[in-house]
Every structure is written in C-alpha cells, then in structure tokens.
Design a protein around this ligand. Sequence first.
Ligand code: CUA
Length: 349
Amino acid sequence: MIRTAMLQSLFDPSSLASSNLLGFALPAADSAADANYWFPAQASSFAADMDALWYFIYWVSVFFFIGIVAFMVLFVTRYRRTATRTQPERSASHNTALELTWSILPAFLLVAFFYWGWTSFLVIATPPRDAMEVQVGAYKWGWNFTYPSGHTDSELHVPTDREVKLIMSSADVLHSFWVPEFRTKFDVVPGRYTYLWFKPTRVGEYQLKCTEYCGTGHSAMRAKVVVHEAGGFEKWLEQAEGALLTMEPKALGELSYKKLGCAQCHSLDGTKLVGPSFKETASLWGNARGLADGSEVTVDENYLRESILEPMAKVVAGYQPQMPVIPGIREKQIAGLIEYIKSLSGPNQ
Ligand code: CUA
C-alpha cells in the first residue's frame, strides 16, 4: 500500500505539470524565468552564486573536453601507421616549458574553483545571528516544524526576505533536508542537532525532499514549503494556531492526522502499513488488544494517549517498535486524535 501511494505521488499528473525534466517542482505561483533544464527556480539568496559556480566549472569542463578530444583525434589521424610509416616516431622524453605550462595553468584553475567554492561555503555554513529559528524534526517518514511561538506543523512556512535558521534532528535514522530551489541541503542526524540556513527571495510553494535513502517511505518523505509575502507568514501562523484553539475535537483530530504525519504509517481503511490501521484500533474500542510482549491492553482514551506520548510503551503484536515521539504535539491535538480514531468505528466507516 505504501508503494501504491508512492507510485501515485510519482505519477500524479498535477505534480508532473509543475516539474521540469529533472523532476524538480517549480513554484506554483511563478513559472520562474530563471528555471531551466539544469536548475529549478532560484529562490534563496545564495542560489545565483551557486549556479554561477556550477556554470563556471561546467564551461571549463566543456572547453577542456572538446580541446582534449580534438587533439586526440588529430594526433591519432596524423601519426597513424601507414604504408610508408611503419616505425613509431621517436618522442621527446622531456620538455620543461610544456610540462610547466600544463602544471601551472590547471593549478590556477583549481585554486579558482577552490576559492570560489570555499567562500560560498563559508556563507552557507554560517547562519546569521538574528535569523528566525525553526526546529525541524525528521522521522520515518515525515517532517515537522516547530515555530518560535511553539506551533508545530507538517509544512514549513517562512517569510520572504528573512533569514531562517533550521535546527534539525532526527527521531530515528539519517535523513537529509533538501529544497532544490534554495540550493542548500544538510543531513538530519539522530542524537544530535545540525543546522541549515537560507534567506528565501521568491514567494511561492516549493517541495522539501529527503535526500538520504532512509527506507521504504524515503521517496514519499516530502513536505510543502511555503514562502509568504510580507505579513503573510504571521497571518498563516495566527490562523494555524487559532485552528488549534477553536476547532471541534474530531475535526482537529482529522487535521492533525494529516498534519502530524500519522497518515504515513496508520491507514484509515484497515490496511496494514508500518503501524496498525486506526480503523482496526477503533474497532477494538473497549476491548483487549494483544501486545508484542505477550500482554494485553484495553483500547481506550488512556491507552491512545500513552501511545501518542510514549510510542514504545505499548507496541502492538505483529508490529515493529518504530513510532517516533511527535515533538511539540499539543494536548488538544491528542484529545482530537483520540476522538477522531474513536469515530472511525462508526457504521458508515
Ligand atoms: Cu528520510 Cu530519505
């Protein structure tokens, strides 16, 4: 089933329409004049520099490739064995001028590559002090983002023209944060924090991809990145937080199911994914459920709450202890999720 979902997302015609040949998503709001066959749109402050360095190395390589192949063809033709020339010509064993030239010129080029790469790397590796900080949690197979206000979401929302610093950590295995349009990526590692920063320069919607092979759901481990115009980020945050306070519990639970990444591992229709289907959990409401250690637990509100906050406490028989703790989950969301799961046992489900 996971595979089917992944294939669907791969072949979803709406996602194809907004991608170029390499599969990069283009911003929906803007079909980006600077996107081309090689690169998606430039949407961060260092994208232009990154692309320029790439093109510099690319054209130097093209120049030498053509030059070397041309001379090779020329020499192979001119000095080939013929009816009149049957012995190889004596070749010079040494030519100081030639050897100095082919050592010194490329050395200058390599130093230029290094200098450009190093100075650009320093910029990327040094987050500005007054950047807005967002905590990033990665897990098999999803992302969550905790904003300075404490709000946690499965989408990354940022204001345009403002430096953003990500403080990233993984709940399980190695993942990697990559937004092609921002031209920056960094590993997300369990047991430690890694950092990444960028300054978005183009309003639009992008896609975050995990770019470290992390298991079955790796190719589906994406998240929406939204760069808001001035004032839009604050409005979005207020709305998202307001929803937490005012939504009816079951509706909030349904929203949280999608937003917090539960859907990656828990189906609603009885299909067995990484974790038990919520439909099965609901059908056992008030009854005993067998656990991996041979004991049993009664399916009720307390069991669900414990399983959300301490996923390893009660592992259902037949499943691996896989579920991460969802960082930043609110008490209201937990209550909502419980109501939502409960509702799935109804006659019309
Ligand atoms: Cu996470 Cu690949």
